[in-house]
Design a protein around this ligand. Structure first.
Ligand SMILES: NC(=O)c1ccc[n+]([C@@H]2O[C@H](COP(=O)([O-])OP(=O)(O)OC[C@H]3O[C@@H](n4cnc5c(N)ncnc54)[C@H](OP(=O)(O)O)[C@@H]3O)[C@@H](O)[C@H]2O)c1
Length: 316
């Protein structure tokens, strides 16, 4: 982090890699301000502001006359949240980093679905031209149900990126993160545990009849990536994934090796059946060459996966 980055605001930051990011910034001597609704106390040495980012007046009031070199937004899910943040931070920061997701490329959330043949680059979704609809009832459960969870998440992120990108209020970066693994009990989705538990118990892992590999990143690596992106000066979308792709079946094999269990058995699911997390019937693994070219030294997924598997064992 350069000397010019002294004040960083993190929106979210109360769990998992958000917590790691805060500690990384703090331990580097950065003054960190965390904004969330106060469900967990922040670590010592960090300023804590309690506000709901959806409540513009409350967010304004909590921030007062504070100014930042960088804002890292961990919890922006809709264009409306982005529009509020843009207004509130317009005169409070010169750089804004939003944690986005590889789900912006998910063909299941497009009509017609793109057929990716090779790792997907950032230009597959251009936030500079992506249409925004602030009037959709983004917060309503019935709307979420109507359009489907996957579409809501992916389109919400695409449009949030677009709101920031289409306004030159500040330098904007969207970090499109791969699936995050590692961290043992901190990994609250339990997706790696799903594999460890099944493989250890000798139960079949359910995967698509024709499944495609995906991309992953370690929780320490995504925290490090966000730290790096905050201190850099590039703008625009950037993919964040460790080198190498894994299918759910390959992941299961590595889990079996890691815990010393018998080779896993697979149940090939039909259409509409519930499948294991990370089993995909469509390809949208990411190409990380933009970040690599900008100087971020990604690890390979096979370097850290055994450690991540061992950490889930600690919880079991
Ligand atoms: N995990 C993955 O595999 C993965 C993959 C790709 C991308 N991502 C992205 O990673 C990001 C990080 O997620 P995370 O939940 O782990 O982050 P985090 O930095 O730990 O932030 C989560 C916290 O934000 C606070 N928050 C939520 N809504 C808020 C609001 N309206 N106002 C103020 N604070 C609010 C909540 O704490 P309070 O209850 O105290 O407010 C919540 O615990 C997300 O943007 C997600 O899309 C994750």
């Amino acid at each position: 982090m350069g000397d010019d980055v002294r004040e960083v605001c993190v929106i979210g930051g109360s769990r998992y890699f958000g917590k790691r990011l805060i500690l990384r910034l703090r331990d580097e001597g950065v003054n960190v301000t965390v904004v969330n609704r106060g469900s967990a106390p922040p670590p010592p040495g960090v300023t804590h502001l309690v506000a709901d980012r959806d409540d513009e007046a409350a967010l304004e009031a909590a921030l007062g006359d504070r100014r930042f070199d960088v804002v890292i937004d961990q919890v922006c899910y809709t264009p409306r949240q982005a529009a509020i943040a843009k207004r509130v931070f317009r005169h409070r920061t010169s750089r804004y980093v939003m944690t986005s997701t590889m789900e912006v490329y998910d063909p299941a959330t497009f009509d017609p679905a793109p057929l990716h043949q090779r790792p997907v680059g950032e230009d597959a979704v251009d936030p500079g031209t992506w249409p925004v609809d602030l009037e959709l009832p983004w917060e309503e459960a019935a709307f979420k149900e109507l359009v489907g969870e996957d579409w809501h998440y992916a389109e919400g992120k695409r449009q949030a990126e677009a709101v920031f990108s289409q306004d030159p209020a500040f330098a904007f970066v969207s970090v499109r993160s791969a699936h995050v693994l590692g961290g043992g009990a901190e990994e609250f989705t339990g997706r790696l545990d799903h594999y460890v538990d099944r493989v250890r118990a000798g139960r079949s892992v359910v995967v698509h009849a024709e499944e495609y590999p995906s991309t992953f990143i370690h929780d320490r690596e995504i925290a490090e990536f966000l730290y790096w992106a905050a201190g850099a000066d590039f703008t625009g979308p950037v993919n964040a994934n460790s080198h190498g792709e894994l299918s759910a079946a390959e992941l299961s094999e590595l889990v079996a090796t890691g815990i010393g269990a018998a080779r896993p058995a697979f149940l090939r699911a039909g259409q509409g059946d519930d499948v294991s997390p990370f089993s995909f019937d469509r390809y949208y693994a990411m190409d990380n060459s933009r970040a690599t070219g900008l100087g971020f030294p990604f690890s390979a997924v096979t370097e850290w996966l055994p450690g991540a598997i061992a950490e889930t064992g600690v919880r079991a």
